[in-house]
Design a protein around this ligand. Structure first.
Ligand SMILES: [Zn+2]
Length: 356
């Protein structure tokens, strides 16, 4: 079934993990055998061939680069200018993949409909370009608010103001506090440019602050439920209800620690915690129960977002295994119409409304 994944760090994998995503996944992982510089070496699950195999024809793909002040222990750049340049390198990779016929940037309604037609009608072409919607995870790299229009002109269509830790425009996961004047200026500019607000990673205070200061389109590309795994990275039921009331779609993430309670990094395994795709459905189902319908859920897997097979559902060998999800939903009693909404329909309805 045609599938949309609303969160993949494709260019980060290409430019920081040095993965040529055009290659078969076995080749990528073989190349990494013995490498120890990152915890997920040799455990990649995302490549273009696997996306095509899974009928995942449209993704939201990120640019990501953090700024860190001297007292911030997180990895990142020492100036926003360096962080901006990093995101421009990432963009150059997306553009090069477009030139190679591997990707196509989707940034408006015409482009979206044209791309869907290609994937629905041309079943014989196995090398169809994968559509990507450009998103910025953490706004630190915008040197100032005027850079947002530059980014928009290059195709940027969604912004998550924060990532992990303290940010220049908003506070992120594990940080506390509101957005502040810089953040409000960013939100106003996003609204003017019709850029989608990604509520993922906002600290609780920044989340509610953003809701008070933004009236454009809001989604949460990759976020699970705090009721199931208690951590500030996850949404409370009150936050989920707020998002539902705004017509948001929330993408379920496949990072094991966000799926099952008590995950210990480097010690727990997907098997030992019984982390499988059914658990993703538990999170999705929780949101559906709060909403009383299936209109606000989708997938934003975040696969290979700094973790690999060692930290994702054990019944997922590569991202192509998202193809198993429809039958899992069916066995829980979800109808065919519901399942189509979960796999792609809700994201499409959201985008058509946001871009019309
Ligand atoms: Zn993230």
């Amino acid at each position: 079934m045609f599938t949309i994944d609303a969160h993949l760090d494709l260019s980060m994998n290409a430019m920081e993990w040095n993965r040529d995503l055009r290659l078969p996944i076995a080749t990528i992982n073989g190349w990494e055998a013995g490498l120890k510089d990152k915890p997920d070496r040799g455990n990649a699950v995302v490549s273009f061939p696997e996306l095509r195999k899974g009928d995942i024809g449209l993704v939201v793909a990120t640019q990501i680069a953090r700024y860190v002040a001297a007292d911030n222990p997180l990895p990142g750049w020492h100036s926003p200018e360096q962080a901006w340049a990093q995101t421009q390198g990432q963009l150059a990779w997306y553009k090069t993949m477009e030139a190679a016929g591997e990707l196509v940037q989707v940034k408006d309604l015409d482009g979206l409909e044209k791309h869907l037609k290609l994937w629905q009608e041309d079943k014989t072409n196995e090398q169809k370009p994968i559509g990507y919607i450009l998103s910025l995870e953490g706004a630190d790299s915008l040197v100032d608010v005027s850079y947002l229009e530059l980014a928009y002109e290059k195709g940027l269509r969604a912004v998550g103001p924060a990532h992990y830790g303290p940010g220049r425009y908003a506070q992120g996961t594990n940080a506390t506090g509101k957005m502040g004047p810089q953040g409000y200026a960013l939100l106003a500019e996003m609204e003017r440019l019709n850029i989608i607000l990604d509520a993922t990673h906002l600290s609780d205070e920044s989340f509610w602050d953003a809701m008070d200061h933004f009236s454009g389109a809001v989604w949460a590309s990759h976020n699970n439920c705090r009721a199931l795994v208690d951590h500030n990275r996850q949404f409370t039921d009150a936050q989920i209800r707020e998002l539902i009331s705004r017509g948001a779609v929330i993408g379920a993430a496949l990072d094991a620690w966000m799926m099952v309670p008590g995950w210990e990094r480097g010690r727990s395994t997907p098997k030992s915690t019984n982390c499988n795709l059914e658990v993703m459905i538990d999170h999705i189902d929780h949101i559906c129960q709060l909403a009383g319908n299936t209109d606000h859920v989708g997938i934003g897997s975040d696969l290979d977002g700094g973790f690999g097979k060692e930290q994702c559902p054990y019944d997922l060998e590569t991202i192509a295994d998202l193809g198993k999800v429809p039958e899992l939903f069916a066995s829980r009693g979800y109808s065919k119409t519901d399942i189509e909404k979960l796999m792609h329909g809700n994201w499409l309805r959201f985008l058509r409304k946001a871009w019309s």
